[in-house]
Design a protein around this ligand. Structure first.
Ligand code: AMP
Length: 424
């Protein structure tokens, strides 16, 4: 039986990895411009962390988590990064060391969703978490960071959607208003939504089932019931976005699939057609209650996560940097092996890329390989040259050949390589 990668989980081969590196380094650079530092938390956490923070009635917790038992512990491979980061923030008492903490992360997440283009079971997210600033300016700055990052990647066709979910009382009032709307329409709802109706009617607004969409027609929006403080916060976010020159849409239907959000909620959507239904590049919002819920003090927080696979689709082709070209050393005789290895070692110590071809093969095969890896400089360590203590050096682009003395060859070749490849 031929083994294959698990459905919905992708191999990323070297051909593609340069585009990944470009996204990852741009993300690190932009996040650091705003004062964020990287945090790395484990891929596996206690299942209860996700159940409590993401919410029992969410799709992620009900259907998608990779959970298992080991040594008597109930564990889950992380479906997202926010809960683990907040757990670490509380566990290490970070709140007591500094009034504001800015963390970013990059890494794989796991959800057993139905695979489609832009939707996988292992996917990569990059994200930021900001603890300790109640906003609303920090909310707008977080959106600004994402827009800047996307622009760095050449992704400009983006719509910024914002909403407010309110906090405390507002949420409870909205829950009542939704119950009043949906209860008489109960039979028209999907089975999932009927089950969730009493526990969490907000989830119905986030459903992908067309029956639920129909039943949600005319439902009250959260913006109708926002408290004065929540409204002032939301107005502050909008004012700061205006000051930053960011165009946005207020989208009262925006709910998102996780329960922990309070107040500001946002999504950045690609407006070009490439991603179809999976056009949401980024999503996030405020989660002012999570740190306290994890046993810490009341510390407000806000965060976002972006799917790297979707960024790669939305990025223009040709955004990948070129693969660097090596100096190619073709070993042609046994006697040539030691000087070739010494040369390779000296060149690498200087920082040049080197490929040594010591296969038992004809010169023609080696030159074909040199060509395939795009080498311009090809060093031939053959018998007649080594008797005279020189290397033959071919310039494969200029179709020229010369000889250079073995002593000092590394300096000469490094200079040549740098003037072509290294400088690029
Ligand atoms: P979420 O963690 O659900 O708020 O999602 C944030 C972002 O992660 C989304 O906007 C997507 O870009 C990405 N994402 C979420 N789920 C998946 C998935 N199954 N496959 C690929 N990307 C995903």
């Amino acid at each position: 039986m031929k083994l294959r990668a698990v459905r919905g989980m992708n191999d990323i081969l070297p051909d593609e990895i340069r585009r990944w590196h470009r996204v990852e380094s741009a993300f690190r650079r932009v996040a650091e411009l705003y004062g964020y530092e990287e945090v790395r938390t484990p891929l596996i956490e206690d299942t209860s962390l996700f159940v409590r923070q993401i919410g029992e009635t969410t799709d992620v917790v009900e259907k998608e988590m990779y959970s298992f038992e080991r040594h008597g512990d109930r564990l889950t491979v992380r479906p997202e990064g926010t809960a683990g980061a907040a757990r670490a923030f509380v566990e290490h008492g970070t709140f007591a060391k500094e009034p504001i903490t800015r963390w970013y992360y990059l890494g794989p997440m796991f959800r057993g969703e139905r695979p489609a283009k832009g939707r996988y079971r292992q996917f990569f997210q990059c994200g930021c978490e900001l603890y300790g600033d109640p906003g609303p300016v920090s909310d707008a700055e977080m959106i600004d960071l994402q827009v800047r990052f996307l622009r760095e990647l050449g992704i400009r066709d983006v719509a910024v959607h914002v909403n407010s979910l309110g906090s405390g009382d507002t949420r409870a009032r909205y829950r009542e208003a939704l119950l009043t709307h949906f209860s008489p329409r109960r039979d028209a709802l999907s089975e999932d939504s009927q089950r969730r109706l009493e526990k969490n009617p907000l989830r119905i607004l986030d459903s992908k089932d067309p029956r639920d969409h129909a039943a949600a027609e005319g439902a009250p929006t959260i913006l109708d019931v926002l408290s004065e403080e929540d409204r002032a916060h939301f107005d502050g976010v909008k004012r700061a976005l205006d000051a930053l020159g960011i165009t946005y849409v207020v989208d009262p239907k925006l709910v998102r699939g996780l329960d922990y959000y309070t107040r500001t909620l946002f999504e950045l959507k690609a407006t070009s057609a490439d991603l179809g239904a999976q056009s949401t590049l980024s999503g996030g919002g405020r989660y002012d209650d999570m740190v306290e819920g994890l046993g810490g003090p009341k510390v407000p927080a806000i965060g976002f996560a972006m799917g790297i696979e979707r960024l790669l689709v939305a990025m223009a082709e040709g955004e990948a940097p070129a693969k660097p070209k090596p100096i190619f050393i073709a070993v042609l005789t046994d006697a040539g092996l030691a000087p070739s290895l010494r040369l390779a070692s000296a060149l690498r110590a200087r920082g040049a890329l080197v490929e040594v071809d010591s296969r038992d093969a004809r010169l023609k095969a080696k030159l074909r390989r040199a060509d395939a890896v795009g080498a311009r400089i090809c060093v031939l360590a053959g018998e007649s040259e080594l008797e005279r203590n020189v290397f033959a050096v071919k310039d494969l682009a200029a179709h020229a050949q010369d000889e250079i003395p073995v002593p000092g060859a590394d300096q000469v070749l490094f200079d040549r390589w740098q003037s072509t490849e290294g400088a690029a």
